[in-house]
Design a protein around this ligand. Structure first.
Ligand code: ASP
Length: 294
């Protein structure tokens, strides 16, 4: 039996990032992968590694998660996030208003073990119970998100654009797998809209002995094909990690004309990534070796 190869991979969202921003998004992913790797290297769990990596991305204004999340039709931030491990322990929050690190609220829900998914006011009440308060709107809203919203309202940009969502998958020294995904969802979305990211099997999935996957792109399409579950089923059937990622993205396009991308890790620490959008910044560290792309 092969020993697990410590691995972390992160993505910064499938979409079409302009050339000028792309290097910043790639380096943001590299920083997040390094943070996750730091956890794995000191013997920390895959769960802690993916939470740590995603928190770094949530703090980075380049990404549509936490600080920098897009605004909905009403000019508000409502975030979705999920975290899960290979034991099928899951915590997820949806349409959670104004919280900078929804991934940590999701982690607390996972640790509590009672419910799997909390939404809206109930999710906010739970966050507060955990000592996590929402940010003042002006502290969470970036100029980029505000400008985009204003352009959408003026009809200069179509609403519901995807991009810049974040996610991470990790495999730790005990062979444990975990996934985390966090997003502001679609820009200009209807208030209360929930995307794929917090839905287990759609935007986020992990299962011991097989793999972990985080999806990004048009959530309504990703939910229809249960994209991450479908990717892990390919690993279960014996596909190599890269082949599974490519076939899953092809399926998204063929079955529902969906646009998006995916990152994944198999149980040995082999990584896969694919997209059918113009860009999807990603970064990984596997057995100490870094790699990244857009
Ligand atoms: N999948 C996210 C959603 O639909 C958006 C994205 O990945 O950019 O909420």
């Amino acid at each position: 039996m092969l020993l697990p190869m410590l691995t972390v991979i992160v993505h910064g969202g499938a979409g079409s990032v302009d050339g000028e921003r792309l290097p910043r998004c790639r380096s943001g992913c590299e920083q997040a992968a390094a943070a996750g790797w730091g956890v794995l290297e000191r013997g920390g769990s895959a769960l802690e590694a993916v939470e740590t990596a995603v928190r770094v991305l949530e703090d980075n204004p380049e990404f549509n998660a936490g600080y920098g999340a897009v605004l909905n039709r009403a000019g508000e931030i409502e975030v979705d996030a999920a975290i899960a491990d290979g034991e099928l322990r899951i915590g997820a929050v949806a349409a959670l208003p104004w919280v900078r690190h929804p991934i940590s609220v999701a982690r607390r829900l996972l640790e509590r073990g009672e419910h799997v998914l909390l939404a809206g006011a109930g999710a906010l009440a739970f966050a507060r119970e955990c000592g996590i308060e929402p940010d003042p709107p002006e502290q969470l809203t970036t100029e980029r998100a505000r400008t985009r919203w204003e352009k959408e309202r003026a009809g200069a940009l179509p609403p519901s654009g995807t991009g810049d969502t974040v996610g991470a998958c990790a495999l730790d020294c005990k062979g444990r797998l975990a996934v985390a995904t966090s997003t502001g969802g679609l820009s200009g979305k209807q208030p209360g809209r929930v995307g794929d990211s917090p839905l287990f099997g759609a935007g986020s999935y992990a299962e011991k002995n097989f793999g972990a996957a985080s999806a990004t792109g048009h959530g309504e399409s990703i939910i229809r094909v249960l994209m991450t579950r479908s990717a892990i089923d390919r690993l279960r059937a014996g596909s190599a990690a890269m082949t599974a990622a490519a076939a899953t993205v092809a399926e998204l396009g063929e079955r529902v004309a969906g646009e998006g991308g995916i990152i994944l890790i198999d149980r040995h620490g082999a990584i896969g990534h694919a997209r059918n959008t113009a860009s999807m910044p990603w970064a990984a560290i596997s057995a100490g070796l870094p790699s990244s792309g857009t």
